[in-house]
Design a protein around this ligand. Sequence first.
Ligand code: SF4
Length: 360
Amino acid sequence: MDTVKNILAKQELSKEDLVVLLNAGPEDAALIFQKAAEIKATYIGNRVHLRGLIELSNMCAKNCLYCGIRRENKSVERYSLSDADVETAFQFAIQNKLGSVVIQSGELSSLAFIEKVESYLRKAKEMSDGKLGITLSCGEQTEETYLRWKAAGAHRYLLRIEASNRELYNRIHPNNLLHDYDRRLTALTSLKNCGYQTGTGVMIGLPFQTIEDLADDLLFMRDFDIDMCGMGPYVEHEQTPLSKYNSMLKPVQERLTLTLKMIALLRIIMKDINIASTTALQALADEGREQALSAGANIVMPNITPGIYRNKYALYCNKPGINEEAEDSKKNLELLAKRAGCEVVYDAWGDSKHFIFSKV
Ligand code: SF4
């Protein structure tokens, strides 16, 4: 079997190589993180871009078995931000030179929801003279809706596959048309067809998930030629059906290390994409997001949703920052980026270089 050092010297990594790297012990893992950091410095620079995260609504038509805001969780107090709340969040992003926002929501496909999102996109552009970059993360929609939102100003879209192994996907979702694996793939393809910078991602450390699955997840992202990635550790939520398998979970430290390895390996195989250091990392360890920046991530997302709503958008337990306001979240992430030795870039969209170069 090749050593980690030999594998890291290769131009192309096979599934077998990725499995060896994902299984690497602490000393070899340090080599992987070092290689990822070198690649990030060369292709991206030691910079971090900000995305102000707006959690628009926790209402969702779906019932994903791992998610705290799934439709059948009756303990969740449902909310949708008011127009004034959303405009305040846009204003905060503009005044604080965040450059971009992410509008995230539970998945709804009513005309009222589609029009609401469209109106917010137009408002963000109007308030910022077209300067605010906008990523959407509002689930599976028709190509017509994606086009409509793109025409209104969205240019990036994150839709996580969550698990690229069809069998595993079916184990963590209800088996019906609304949660169909092929429907998710079709939506991802539609996003590309519509010209979005397209992002996806997976959960790491799910019950039933193998190291081979994770290697396949990396290859899925490479072969789908994504522009951005938002992936994080699976963090259980007690009020979900999947929590009955909690005894199968890897210990927290192991899930964290595995997630950091996934980020580093994705940076190694997809050198110029945007990779987010996701909030779920911090649910496992205080320095989780900082470590992700050192392992190859280049995007952080200060939560600029008004503080009173934060604990209502709990996809998983121990969500960090639920007692913060937008200002606190921004300052904390700026400090975190500095501690990771990264320069924070203001007033820029921070588009995926991978996407930009693919259009040249
Ligand atoms: S993961 Fe997304 S689509 Fe699934 S229940 Fe949660 S918010 Fe809804």
